[in-house]
Write a protein that binds this ligand. Structure first.
Ligand code: M6R
Length: 368
């Protein structure tokens, strides 16, 4: 049942190219328009949306952070992303023109469910992004985008995360199509870039042995930091969460620009720091990241840089280079998250932990 893998998690990591492809299937009409099967909200309702609030927990929350960049960029609608467990308690400002997007792989997370119940009492429309057909959250929502990851058994979310990202991009593009904020050919071009992602993910997976060797070098490491910017920032947070969950070691993700506001004090000789480098096309972002990498390295960090093919500006400051295919910055999380999943899975394995059932965790958290 694990297809020859030692863990469900590892099997699920390797299923990601297929899961991403499946989540894209059937989303285009023959005329090239995007269609979302269970988008039960009318075009008029979507045109009336003047604010989006995304609520989720854990890894799903990080998918929501990526969605914010995508929706604001393509649709020019303000987006807030909020932890479901905090949402209700701050008396959020909601009305009928607010679209609340709940992201939940399981569809049963209690914090997220309570948050959407609250949103509906305020007359907001709720759209669920979910991997589990017929689960509670989509049943209590006005609309659904199902991800097609297939059952995710490992407690740590992997293919769930990547397919949530796909659903978020589709939602952003669909909103842009309905609101007319982007032209059809631009939307079509992004959809084509998305359709190329499964083969890019395959490419990243093919480098598994190098990542595994790197992971095994880190048995005994007590702390790991992750830095990213823009859509790479949630990837940094996700990389840190995977390591906490599976390897039980201290790991933290930061927005690279925040370093100098405090976290740089943590840097000491030999501390591993993963750096998710934005694609070279986004030079301002990329250059700022390079200087962040120089700064931590000058203070003794061991820099492990995820860099796109052909970008050699980082190499002088990278102790380890992990290559990523060239993709647009907004889509980069789909490839950049994968080496971090492989790293956490292998390090936890080397430490002798139960990767599929980490201590103290449950697959779906049905209590608030
Ligand atoms: O089923 P959900 O997407 O609502 O779950 C949310 C979180 O509990 C979940 O992502 C959790 O953080 C995972 N264990 C992460 O690997």
């Amino acid at each position: 049942e694990k297809d020859g893998h030692d863990w469900f998690m590892r099997k699920e990591i390797f299923e990601q190219p297929r899961a991403v492809a499946d989540s894209l299937l059937g989303r285009r009409t023959p005329e090239g328009h995007l269609q979302l099967d269970e988008m039960r909200l009318s075009d008029q309702e979507l045109r009336d949306v003047d604010k989006v609030i995304i609520i989720a927990c854990g890894t799903s929350f990080y998918a929501g952070m990526v969605a914010k960049y995508a929706i604001e960029h393509w649709c020019r609608v303000p987006v807030e992303v909020e932890l479901a467990s905090e949402f209700r308690y701050r008396d959020p400002i909601l009305d009928y023109s607010t679209l609340v997007v709940a992201i939940s792989q399981s569809g049963e997370t209690a914090d997220t469910l309570q948050a959407i119940r609250h949103a509906r009492t305020q007359r907001s429309k709720v759209l669920a992004i979910c991997n589990t057909n017929g689960s509670t959250i989509p049943r209590e929502s006005d609309a659904v985008i199902y991800t097609h990851a297939g059952p995710e058994i490992g407690v740590a979310s992997t293919k769930g995360f990547l397919t949530q990202l796909v659903a978020c991009y589709l939602l952003a593009l669909y909103l842009a199509q309905v609101k007319g904020t982007r032209y059809g050919d631009e939307i079509g071009q992004v959809v084509e870039q998305l359709e190329a992602m499964p083969s890019h993910i395959e490419r990243v997976l093919a480098d598994q042995e190098a990542i595994y060797a790197l992971a095994r070098e880190h048995v005994g490491t007590r702390s790991v930091l992750f830095l990213g910017r823009h859509a790479g920032y949630p990837v940094a947070l996700e990389g840190a969460l995977k390591l906490k969950e599976l390897a039980y070691i201290h790991a933290e993700g930061f927005a690279a620009g925040e370093l100098k506001h405090g976290p740089i004090a943590l840097i000491e000789e030999g501390l591993p720091v993963f750096c998710v480098v934005p694609p070279a096309g986004r030079d301002q972002l990329r250059d700022k990241m390079v200087s962040g990498i120089q700064e931590v390295r000058a203070r003794g960090a061991r820099t492990i840089c995820l860099v796109e093919d052909g970008d050699d500006a980082i190499t002088p400051y990278a102790d380890v280079v992990i290559r990523l295919p060239q993709v647009p910055v907004l889509l980069q999380p789909l490839v950049a998250a994968v080496p971090l999943q492989l790293f956490a899975c292998e390090l936890a394995t080397a430490l002798g932990h139960d990767v599929d059932q980490p201590r103290n965790l449950a697959k779906s958290v049905t209590v608030e």
